[in-house]
Design a protein around this ligand. Structure first.
Ligand SMILES: [Zn+2]
Length: 172
């Protein structure tokens, strides 16, 4: 099954998402189906939906990352959902995994969101040196990551519990 194209509320193409993700966005009333597969529907106990090829977000989303996602402190906090990479509590600072004093740079892969307590505690040490393992690995956000992060920032996080039971598309 092909991915679904996502348009911003302004009809500007944003990215593609998996079919499951597209259906979730529609069911969460975050997007409408602009174009559906002519012959397929998703059918389940509680849902009967056209299979979306193109969906459009109902609210304009200001995507915090461009295609060539430039590194920024704010971008790191958004990517990590303001969660400290060391303790999981709310993060307000950005920590260099390999400290700048040891040659670590301002890059997506070398920075994580951190609470100020852990940032101070870790100081000029690597996670190994400080005995502070990362709860998650930093990554370079794609445009799709950026869009989904921007969407989840304004709604509830996570996927509905029934998602694993989402039926496969079948011929109508
Ligand atoms: Zn922390």
């Amino acid at each position: 099954m092909r991915d679904t194209l996502v348009l911003n509320a302004s009809f500007e193409p944003l990215s593609t998402v998996s079919l499951n993700r597209a259906v979730v966005l529609v069911l969460q009333d975050k997007a409408v189906v602009e174009q559906a597969h002519p012959d397929l529907r998703m059918r389940g106990a509680a849902i009967d939906l056209p299979v979306p090829r193109v969906i459009r977000l109902l609210r304009f989303v200001r995507v915090p990352f461009r295609r060539q996602a430039p590194w920024s402190r704010r971008g790191v906090l958004v990517r990590d959902r303001h969660k400290c990479a060391y303790c999981g509590r709310r993060a307000t600072t950005v920590d260099h995994v390999v400290p700048r004093s040891q040659g670590g740079g301002d890059t997506w892969l070398n920075t994580v969101a951190s609470c100020s307590t852990d940032n101070h505690r870790k100081a000029d040490r690597t996670p190994e040196q400080a005995g502070m393992p990362l709860l998650f690995q930093p990554y370079v956000p794609t445009p799709t990551d950026a869009m989904l992060l921007a969407l989840s920032a304004e709604g509830r996080d996570g996927l509905p519990e029934w998602l694993p039971q989402l039926p496969q598309p079948a011929a109508a």
